[in-house]
Design a binder for this molecule. Structure first.
Ligand code: PGA
Length: 247
């Protein structure tokens, strides 16, 4: 694992954008595995800025996203498709037909997951997979559990996630109860993994993931077995690693 220790979110975003843009410059046909959530927003903003300056070209890039809510259409402003369009795709010259997100409107979970695994295979696998990390060590929607689930699968969202999401919806009934997510093998098959962690809320998970045992109760710990992982973490996220003497 290569760890970049940065001061704050601004530096983290710039470093992450640097690594992603290096990938695109080295391989214009790169397949980027992309992530949603609050953490990558700054990196996407930086990429858009460099694109607008003429320093980056996404015209040959393909993207596959980690996950999507089941039951939401791409037009819904809570969908991850909408997030990707508004935070990145609408602002750069990526060919939208080469951007893939699991199909939230496919009601047949098995079909949706099989279709997405086939998409990942058909694009030739992932060159660089971008990841955030949950405060509980989750990656994508791979939540702590009894086993690592290898391929794309449907997960039942936890009660706390549903309640946390309720504020974005008119009523509780409209909050998605399930999501489709890439599995651990999908993620581990990427040539390179870039994990971003910012803030105190990630400090324990970061320590457990990279300095604790590899166990499915801490999904990100599996990344210890990947031979090309880059972690960019800010001071707040590194607090426990430092306190425990890991760094
Ligand atoms: P966040 O989520 O970027 O919004 O903190 C990360 C994650 O849960 O994977």
């Amino acid at each position: 694992m290569i760890l970049y220790q940065v001061k704050d979110y601004k530096e983290l975003s710039r470093k992450a954008a640097n690594i992603i843009s290096a990938q695109v410059i080295m391989k214009p046909h790169a397949v980027l595995g992309l992530a949603t959530g609050s953490t990558p927003i700054g990196a996407y903003e930086q990429l858009v800025e460099w694109y607008k300056k003429g320093d980056l070209d996404f015209s040959k890039v393909t993207s596959v996203n980690l996950d999507e809510y089941k039951g939401l259409s791409g037009d819904s402003d809570q969908s991850y498709r909408y997030f990707m369009n508004t935070n990145l795709f609408d602002h750069v010259n990526i060919d939208k037909s080469r951007t893939f997100v699991p199909d939230g409107l496919e009601e047949d979970s098995e079909a949706a997951c099989a279709k997405y695994d086939a998409v990942i295979q058909s694009v030739g696998g992932i060159d660089l997979q971008l990841l955030g990390i949950g405060g509980n060590g989750h990656i994508g929607f791979n939540e702590p559990g009894e086993a690592f689930i290898p391929m794309t699968h449907c997960v039942a969202l936890t009660k706390s996630t549903i309640e946390a999401n309720a504020r974005f919806f008119a009523s509780m009934d409209e909050v998605p109860k399930y999501a489709y997510t890439m599995g651990i093998k999908n993620i581990m098959s990427a040539n390179k993994v870039l994990l971003l962690a910012s803030g105190e809320g990630k400090a324990q998970a970061l320590y457990d993931s990279f300095y604790g045992p590899v166990i499915p109760e801490v999904p990100a710990s599996v990344l210890q077995l990947h031979n090309d992982v880059v972690v960019v973490a800010d001071d707040a996220a590194l607090r426990v690693c430092k306190e425990k003497g890991a760094l």
